[in-house]
Structures are given as structure tokens and as C-alpha cells.
Design a protein around this ligand. Structure first.
Ligand SMILES: C[S@@+](CC[C@H](N)C(=O)[O-])C[C@H]1O[C@@H](n2cnc3c(N)ncnc32)[C@H](O)[C@@H]1O
Length: 377
């Protein structure tokens, strides 16, 4: 990645020899070049980078921040993979490690410069901005790099309603900067992270969601289909892979009270929500929730049931790469007679794909849109 701050080798995680996508985009480069050209880094500057998926902008600024201020930038993100990428890319380029704050906590200012990469979820964006404004110094500059195709009128109107008058840079290589300035200093008193609470009819569950958690206002249809077709064996160690709000883990803990249940998600907000939800629904001591990229470094052959409602996109990138990694790793972490239960859209063809790792794949139940599959080694 070559910006006016210099050249860095920045990697997308998980590392892969076949990688075709970059760890940064043209918006990131435009933001870095703009900060350099406008000399926005000053000896007193405190710098915050938000939603930087592979920490490219954060790493791009680290050396200059360190030299000028003696400190490091702060990366605020919901993503465990972003945290791992920050560590990897900093180490690989011999940079100081920037601070990382998970999205359900609020970074403490006052920040003079903020690069805000806009999340796809407007709910998350509103929550983040509401908590950030009080953490900005007087005269703080807010830079929002976007690819032009993602900057539609509703998004611009929303940003203006949150941040006041905006200006935009000229476009360069299909990217643009949206710019705002905070005239007055914030008072440092951010509201708590927003949560949304709802009940699942028929299951007796009440679930709280932080703003970045999957399906934040109602039970996902795929989740419901998996719950309606729950396994009926006898299990000791159960994993909810991509646990989101923890609904599958909580229902598993209730159905098999002798079991230990581990929920895994790459979203920090999901893990925090699921932890709270398990406690609130009476199964807190039976469940633990951890941030992880799929099942990386989890003990081989340690689980006898894995439940999985896999994601079908990573922010704006659609595809089944994450689902495939989940299935491959599930095959390692399951015991010899263990079972992987997956729900997915019919058209995704998971039945055939699971056969790469599993000898027996059986369709359970039927639904017009979804299939539930049981896979055994
Ligand atoms: C379709 S949602 C399912 C959520 C929940 N289990 C349910 O049934 O409602 C998929 C979940 O996978 C998580 N996820 C995405 N990428 C992941 C990864 N690399 N490792 C672990 N979890 C991931 C997402 O954050 C999301 O919560």
C-alpha cells in the first residue's frame, strides 16, 4: 500500500496464498494522502480510526503519529479479525501497536482527527456517531472515505443529520472523502452503547442486541428454521459457530442442561450480547462466548455437536468463503462421531459443498427457502 506516508505491506486476514482482494481500498489511500497534504497531524494530535477492516489506515498513520506525538492511533472496531489484522500488519511492518477498543466499549478522547469508515449498518453508524461526538476535541476533523458507488442520497442525508454540514472532496479512482468538522469540544460523556431488546415468541427468551449484531430487531428466519429442527442426541460439548445474539447456544444449553456450550463469533458486539443474553436467560454458567475467526486454534476433536447458521457476506463482500472455512474447521474440531448441523438458503448448495469434508450429509426437515443439514465425518 503506497500513500504519501510511505509504503507498507498490509495483509487481509485470514492469510491465504490465493488472495485476490486487497486489505485496503482507494478511499483509504485518499484519506491518508489528504491527511498528509493538509498536514492534519500535529504534535498534540490524538487520532481515532473507526471500522478499519484490516487496519490499513491505522497502520498507514502509526509511524507519523508516533514520530509527531509519541503516542499511537486508536482503532475502534467490532471485528476480531480487524484486531488480529492490526497486530499482524503492525508487526510485519515494524510499527508500534495501535490501541484497539471493541465496538461495545467507547474510546476515551479527546480526539483531534477521526477517520470514520462507514459501516453498512446505519444502526451501527448512528450508535457510533452518538458515542463519538462527545469524545472529540474542539475543531476536530472527521474524514469519511467512501467508494462513490456506496454514497447514496439517504446515506448523505443521514450523515448530515448526525454531523451537521458536510463537504466532499473530488473523486479519485472511484473514491471520495466526506468531510465534517466539530466546532465545539465534546464533554467526554458518551451515552452507553445502544441496545435493542426483543422477545422470541414461543421460546420464552428475551434477547438484547448491541447495534452491530446480526438481525438486530427480530429472530432471523434461518435461525428459526434451525431451532425448529434442533438435534435430539445426547451431547456434552456443543459449539454455536457464528453465535450472533447467542440464541442457538442458549436454546442448546436449555435442552442439554448437562452440556457445556461455547459460542464463537468474530463480532465483539455479538459476543458481548450473547454473554448478557445467556445470563439473562438463566444459562450463564453453562455457556461461554469468545471472539474468534471461525474455530481457529480450538482443540481438535473436542466438540460433539456444532450448530451453525453461517454468514453469507463480510460487510459488503458477498460469498460463501467464511461458511466454507467454518465447515472445514468444524471437521477438525468435531469428535469422530460428532455432528455439524447447518442451516442455509437452499440455493447456496451447502449439501454438495459439505461433502468435501464430511462423509455423510443428510437433509433434515424441509422449508421452502432453507435447508437444515446434518453432517458427519
Ligand atoms: C447468519 S449470522 C447467525 C447468528 C446466530 N447464530 C443466529 O442463528 O441468529 C452469522 C454470524 O457469523 C458471524 N461471523 C461472521 N464471520 C465470522 C467469522 N469469521 N468467525 C466467526 N463468526 C463469524 C457474524 O458476526 C454473525 O453473527
Amino acid at each position: 500500500m503506497a500513500s504519501h506516508f510511505g509504503k507498507l505491506n498490509v495483509y487481509r486476514l485470514p492469510l491465504s496464498s490465493k488472495q485476490t482482494l486487497l486489505a485496503f481500498d482507494q478511499g483509504d489511500l485518499l484519506a491518508l494522502d489528504y491527511i498528509h497534504e493538509q498536514q492534519l497531524l500535529q504534535p498534540h494530535s490524538r487520532v481515532l480510526v473507526v471500522n478499519d477492516a484490516f487496519a490499513a489506515v491505522t497502520c498507514g498513520l502509526t509511524e507519523a503519529v508516533k514520530m509527531l506525538t509519541g503516542g499511537v492511533p486508536t482503532l475502534w472496531s467490532d471485528s476480531h479479525i480487524a484486531q488480529q489484522a492490526l497486530a499482524h500488519n503492525a508487526q510485519h511492518n515494524g510499527l508500534a501497536l495501535a490501541d484497539f477498543v471493541p465496538a461495545h466499549k467507547t474510546p476515551q478522547g479527546a480526539f483531534d482527527l477521526m477517520v470514520l469508515k462507514l459501516p453498512k449498518s446505519h444502526r451501527l453508524l448512528k450508535d457510533q456517531v452518538a458515542r463519538l461526538l462527545p469524545q472529540l476535541a474542539a475543531g476536530a476533523v472527521i474524514i469519511m472515505p467512501v467508494m462513490v458507488k456506496h454514497l447514496d442520497t439517504p446515506l448523505f442525508v443521514l450523515l448530515e443529520s448526525l454531523l451537521g454540514p458536510l463537504t466532499t472532496s473530488l473523486a479519485r479512482k472511484k473514491a471520495r472523502l466526506v468531510l465534517a468538522a466539530k466546532v465545539e469540544a465534546g464533554d467526554g460523556e458518551s451515552p452507553p452503547a445502544q441496545t435493542h431488546r426483543w422477545s422470541v415468541a414461543g421460546l420464552g427468551l428475551t434477547l438484547d442486541h448491541y447495534s452491530g449484531v446480526f438481525s438486530p430487531t427480530k429472530l432471523d428466519q434461518g435461525a428459526q428454521v434451525l431451532l425448529e429442527n434442533f438435534p435430539d442426541g445426547n451431547y456434552q460439548h456443543i459449539i454455536d459457530l457464528g453465535c450472533g445474539n447467542g440464541v442457538q447456544a442458549i436454546m442448546a444449553a436449555k435442552k442439554w442442561p448437562q452440556s457445556q456450550v461455547t459460542g464463537v463469533d468474530e463480532s465483539c458486539m455479538a459476543v458481548a450480547s450473547a454473554t448478557n443474553n445467556a445470563l439473562a436467560n438463566g444459562v450463564g454458567s453453562q455457556c461461554r462466548f469468545i471472539t474468534n475467526d471461525c474455530l481457529t486454534d480450538m482443540d481438535p476433536q473436542s466438540a460433539d455437536l456444532i450448530l451453525c447458521n453461517p454468514p453469507f457476506h463480510q460487510e459488503r463482500v458477498m460469498g460463501d468463503q467464511i461458511a466454507m472455512r467454518m465447515f472445514a474447521q468444524a471437521a477438525q474440531v468435531l469428535s469422530a462421531d460428532g455432528e455439524l448441523w447447518v442451516v442455509g438458503n437452499r440455493h447456496l448448495g451447502y449439501h454438495a459443498k459439505l461433502k468435501r469434508w464430511f462423509k455423510q450429509v443428510q437433509q433434515i426437515g424441509s422449508h421452502p427457502k432453507f435447508v437444515v443439514l446434518k453432517a458427519r465425518l
